[in-house]
Design a protein around this ligand. Structure first.
Ligand code: NAD
Length: 365
């Protein structure tokens, strides 16, 4: 039993709809296991720009700094804020959160539900048994290195981006991967491009150094191109994949498609700060604000609900509570209930709220 402080940032579009169901599940867990989850809701994204003038206000940032974890919905999707003419863009909220809270480790678990194996474009027999976790470095590498610019030269335009990694950045992300592997099947695949890139050669060197402190975990190194191929050829061969920012960006989208729908996948971004309960983190579904279905009660809330399971597991160490949520989701899917994105002949299509209610009810089973 414990008392935990969570900032809830529902955001825009379907964000508030799916987050409402996630919070419902969180409070059900609180009641069932005797925990107190003090949740504070705040604006983020377009709704925050319109009400507070910023995609995330200083006051909301302070609230986040003091919390034990953040539950995030989705942002964006309003056309007048997508153009370059708009000064304040909704995405700034996520970038500010990641940067100021040092959320350097992005975790994306990929475990297709048995009953949904035919929702993927990959053959069932290849997918069966897939259970992998991608750990992506989130605050370094090519997306942050300077210089990054297009410039004029006497010979015409040229462009440069900088892929910089420090020993410290590599060490801390690889360490997160090893710690997580210890709670899983104890197998790490470190992905790089060491045959070409200096940053990858340093990555491999540091990964080996960290590995020597974890003799109970095995480590393999794979070139990123080979990894991309193996993910669709033999996804069951992976346990934990750890990689740098851009490789992770691309590989996680590829891996996401193993599960079929965007509406099914949660993610976690872990920081450096330790709270009284564990590691501080931000938890969000991988999907965006889905403006095409917003406000219609059609959104699949399962990704958002599974982020609650990740939050309980990774930031609060509440494994049993996390498993209770995941098992309830699986039961509802196996019973044949689907939101529209997973529509299948012979299965019942239900709305966002009903899916949330069924999952809460299934937690009692
Ligand atoms: P999206 O993820 O919002 O939607 C892609 C497609 O998947 C749409 O057809 C949508 O209806 C469907 N979809 C997504 N989530 C679903 C769910 N839970 N249930 C059922 N269907 C679902 O991506 P997009 O359309 O490219 O982007 C829309 C907006 O969201 C953009 O402004 C983009 O910048 C933003 N975005 C935000 C985040 C975030 O908040 N982290 C992430 C990605 C995109």
């Amino acid at each position: 039993m414990g008392t935990y402080t969570i900032v809830v940032l529902p955001g825009d579009g379907i964000g508030p709809e799916v987050t409402e169901q996630a919070v419902r599940v969180l409070h059900e867990i609180g009641e069932r296991y005797g925990h107190t989850f003090q949740s504070h809701q705040a604006l983020v994204g377009v709704s925050a720009i319109e009400a507070e003038g910023q995609a995330i206000s200083d006051a909301t940032m302070q609230l986040c700094q003091k919390s034990d974890a953040i539950l995030f919905g989705a942002i964006g999707g309003i056309p007048r804020y997508e153009g370059s003419s708009s000064q304040e863009r909704p995405e700034r909220a996520l970038l500010r959160l990641r940067k100021e809270l040092e959320l350097f480790a992005n975790l994306r678990p990929i475990r297709p539900f048995k009953a949904l194996l035919n929702a993927s474009s990959i053959k069932q027999e290849v997918l069966q048994g897939t259970d992998l976790l991608v750990v992506r470095e989130l605050t370094g590498g090519l997306y942050f290195g300077k210089p990054s610019e297009i410039r004029e030269t006497p010979q015409g335009l040229e462009a440069v981006d900088t892929l910089l990694y420090t020993e410290r950045e590599i060490d801390r992300i690889v360490r997160v991967a090893f710690e997580l592997a210890r709670g899983r099947r104890k197998k790490i695949t470190s992905v790089d491009k060491a045959n070409v890139l200096s940053s990858s050669r340093l990555w491999r060197h540091i990964a080996e150094r960290v590995a020597s402190e974890y003799p109970d975990v095995t480590i393999d190194h794979l070139l990123v191109d080979t990894c991309a191929m193996q993910l669709v050829r033999n996804p069951t061969g992976f346990d934990v994949i750890v990689t740098e920012n851009m490789f992770g960006d691309i590989l996680t989208d590829e891996a996401a498609m193993l599960t079929g729908s965007m509406g099914m996948l949660p993610s976690a971004s872990l920081g450096t700060r330790r709270t009284a309960h564990g590691l501080f983190g931000l938890y969000e579904p991988i999907h965006g604000s889905a403006p095409d279905i917003a406000g219609q009660g059609k959104a699949n809330p399962i990704a958002a609900i599974l982020t609650v399971a990740m939050l309980l597991r990774h930031s609060f160490g509440l494994e049993q509570e996390a498993t209770t949520i995941e098992a309830a989701v699986e039961r509802v899917i196996e019973a044949g209930y689907r939101t529209e994105d997973l529509k299948e002949a012979g299965k019942e299509v239900i709305g966002t709220q009903e899916m949330g209610k069924l999952i809460v009810d299934a937690m009692a089973a």
